[in-house]
Design a protein around this ligand. Structure first.
Ligand code: EPZ
Length: 430
């Protein structure tokens, strides 16, 4: 099993280049099957979740050619099956984007029902409500969700809760429905806008993405396109927090600073300096950070996907901070691992109360999920001594060349897959 071995204590200094947004990419490659023409997608992150989605699409017969590490050419005329296997959905919930895409194009789809996951129960009732409202029959039985419709008819859909996945799934299906669909209380995340832009570049007529009312005017057909995925705001934020925790000075390049406003604001609250450029942000850390209060909210609020990394920063801030998680019910699993590194954090309900300590001490810890894993790495970079992070397959779901990028900033970190290599690295850096 691979692990990260980290010798903490180096301030991160330098420049890092951010890749394409994983969560935009997952929806965009799924949506690419909605045309019979060829689609080229660029700035695709080479991360495990995206590669699993590509596997799921190839499994139903989609032809996907990798032009280079970050570019694929997709042609869906060869689709042979409208049913996506459990093998994929158990690895990535986002394979349910194929439901919206297949339903829109073929008026029929079947995907194994996703279960809960490490960050909490993850219902799909809003997706179901949307598909039904467009005129589909939805059947949930035998562990499968099956949707079919004779015709998809535009409709007015109010989302009882803001959901990124349901907004995207409904938007995709409605693109090829007859007439106008209005999605109210839609999610506003940057990747919603990116998916809408992508669909529009294929001939869709979607307006209002990025606001809480999206209007989709159905079209008969979509055509091929070439499209570049937006930068990953969560990857960017993770490096910003790594800079802050180590008291470093990092220029995070190839980002859209507007997407990072909530993150930047909290780093400024904690005492860091954040300088925005056209397509970069520079974070200058401070010897001693100050406590602050954070609440996760749908965009433009503070992202839940940045919550563990923020907690890792605040564990070293002077005073008492609070972090309230309002999106997922079980996203504090990593707190016990941070405690093993010396953090003083108490979780009460959905709030973590963080009493700042002077430093982390290296320990062997285990990543419970993707973003929590990144938070443990951040803590390890700031810790005294050696930290070993196990279960890094979670981290590899969403970060491309994570250790290489951190090394480029002066971190002492190695990915190893044997005790021998781990001990070799420890001897080398000690
Ligand atoms: C997306 O998940 C992201 N995943 C998640 O990123 C992210 O944490 C989340 O949005 C919130 O920003 C992808 O884009 C692939 P939601 P999604 O539907 O779409 C409830 C990461 O680390 N809900 O916006 O599944 C749900 O339980 C990941 O990259 C319903 O009640 O999230 C949650 O409380 C992890 N019914 C809230 O809505 C539904 O039908 C928001 O979930 C759907 C969701």
């Amino acid at each position: 099993m691979e692990q990260y071995v980290i010798k903490g204590g180096n301030k991160l200094v330098g420049e890092v280049e951010i890749g394409g947004a994983k969560n935009a990419a997952l929806a965009i490659i799924a949506a690419a099957i909605m045309t019979d023409e060829t689609v080229v997608i660029d700035n695709l992150p080479d991360v495990r979740d995206v590669n699993v989605m590509i596997g799921a699409m190839e499994d139903i017969g989609v032809h996907i050619e990798r032009i280079d590490r970050h570019t694929v050419k997709i042609n869906a005329t060869t689709i042979g099956r409208l049913s996506v296997d459990y093998e994929y959905i158990k690895k990535i919930r986002a394979s349910y984007y194929l439901l919206g895409a297949l339903l829109g194009k073929y008026k029929k789809a079947e995907v194994a029902l996703p279960g809960g996951c490490n960050i909490g129960s993850r219902p799909i009732d809003l997706h179901v409500k949307g598909f039904k409202s467009l005129g589909s029959d939805v059947d949930v039985s035998y562990g499968l969700i099956s949707v079919k419709a004779k015709r998809l008819i535009g409709s007015h859909i109010y989302m009882d809760k803001v959901s990124v996945g349901a907004t995207i799934n409904i938007m995709m299906a409605a693109t090829l429905a007859e007439g106008k669909t209005t999605i109210e209380n839609a999610a506003k995340e940057p990747h919603i806008v990116d998916v809408a832009n992508f669909l529009n570049s294929m001939g869709a007529n979607i307006r209002g993405a990025g606001t809480d009312v999206i209007r989709v005017f159905g079209v008969n057909k979509l055509h091929g396109t070439e499209y570049s995925v937006i930068p990953d705001q969560i990857e960017a934020g993770t490096f910003m927090f790594a800079a802050a925790t180590t008291g470093g000075d990092v220029l995070v390049k190839n980002v859209i600073p507007k997407h990072l406003e909530a993150t930047s604001a909290k780093l400024v609250d904690a005492g860091c300096q954040v300088v925005e450029y056209d397509d970069a942000v520079r974070v200058i850390g401070k010897e001693k950070l100050t406590a602050t209060q954070v609440t996760t909210l749908p965009y433009p609020g503070f992202p839940t996907d940045m919550q563990p990394q923020m907690t890792a920063v605040l564990a070293l801030a002077e005073g008492t901070s609070t972090v309230a998680e309002t999106i997922f019910e079980n996203r504090f699993k990593y707190v016990d691992e941070l405690a093993r590194m010396g953090a003083n954090i108490q979780v009460e309900g959905n709030v973590a109360i963080i009493r700042g300590v002077d430093n982390y001490t290296g320990a062997r810890v285990s990543a419970p999920d993707l973003r929590a894993g990144a938070a443990l790495v951040i803590a390890g970079l700031a810790a005294e001594g050696i930290t070993i992070v196990d279960d890094i397959h979670y981290i590899q779901r969403g970060y491309e060349r994570f250790e290489e990028k951190l090394r480029g900033l002066g971190a002492l970190i190695e990915r190893t897959d044997s005790e021998n290599d781990t001990q070799k690295f420890i001897r080398h850096v000690s």
